[in-house]
Design a protein around this ligand. Structure first.
Ligand code: ZN
Length: 293
């Protein structure tokens, strides 16, 4: 690969960084440093009702306190609607995207009628009702037509396959409330920013097939992917805002880094400062995860 490595950390400002999100930030930063690459930060605030005012700046200050400084000024997805609109227009023009007039209960009824009402992660698999037209219903959302399974490879998990039509169905690109869907915004931004490597937690691996499919439909390059092991709390639950993860304690960033390193299976180092800990973590990361050509 001739492109220079460029990675990113892409937090949603729905709450301050917690131990789990610091792990994702640290992993992406270390992988960028090991490759002599750049590390960018993108604030994923397209789901505006879930965002909390001021949390974006709090996250940036938490990263800075841990010595994780982006190589370029951060971007905010909420300021990038014209890019998403242009991508959606291209997909519609090419026949890859179409309007959907279904409510959630329309979808549930259609699935029950066909005997396929099995939600996946609480989400219904869209049965393709509006593929052939709205039949008089007003358009609510825009969806991507999905016809084939997606194969991809992860640096840690190895070869992966997801049958997107069976497991997700034609997924939403623009929501009924007018907001951009996560998948579209991520794919457009990764390409626009020239991201070569996505390093993130395994909880997000399930999105990868959809993102690769969108990249292909838009004629965009596919980055390399490395999904790091899930970070669990003492009860074996995923560490997240939903499971009540505590905001990072900024008074002791070195302790926070040590804990994040432990979760990434890095050895312990003698370090007196965050900068010194990070300097020792880079070669340890190289030993653990290697480099990509
Ligand atoms: Zn529909």
């Amino acid at each position: 690969m001739s492109l220079r490595y460029r990675g990113r950390f892409a937090p949603s400002p729905t709450g301050p960084l917690h131990a789990g999100s610091l792990v994702a930030a640290l992993a992406s930063w270390l992988d960028a440093r090991v490759h002599g690459g750049e590390w960018w930060v993108r604030i994923e605030d397209v789901d505006t009702p879930r965002c909390v005012a001021g949390v974006d700046q709090l996250i940036l200050s938490q990263l800075a306190a841990c010595g994780l400084h982006p190589d370029e000024p951060p971007l905010w997805q909420s300021q990038r609607s014209p890019l998403y609109e242009a991508a959606l227009d291209r997909l519609v023009d090419a026949g890859h995207a179409y309007p959907c007039g279904c409510t959630r209960s329309d979808i549930a009824q259609a699935l029950t009628a066909s005997g396929h009402n099995k939600p996946r992660h609480g989400e219904l698999v869209y049965p393709g009702t509006c593929r052939s037209g709205l039949r008089g219903k007003p358009a609510r959302a825009m969806r991507l037509r999905c016809d084939e399974p997606i194969h991809w490879s992860d640096r840690r998990l190895g070869p992966q396959v997801q049958n997107v039509p069976d497991t997700v169905g034609d997924y939403v690109l623009k929501r009924a409330d007018g907001l951009w869907a996560y998948q579209l915004a991520v794919v457009v931004d990764d390409a626009d920013q020239g991201i070569t490597d996505v390093v993130r937690g395994e909880d997000l691996a399930d999105n990868t097939a959809r993102q690769i499919q969108l990249q292909r439909r838009l004629g965009l390059p596919t980055p390399r992917y490395l999904h790091t092991p899930l970070v669990l709390n003492d009860l074996g639950e995923k560490l997240s805002k939903q499971s009540g993860a505590q905001a990072l304690d900024l008074h002791d960033p070195l302790a926070a880094l040590r804990e994040a390193g432990r979760m990434l299976m890095l050895p312990t180092f003698d370090a007196q400062t965050s900068a010194n800990w990070l300097a020792q973590a880079v070669p340890a990361w190289r030993t653990l995860w290697g480099t990509v050509p």
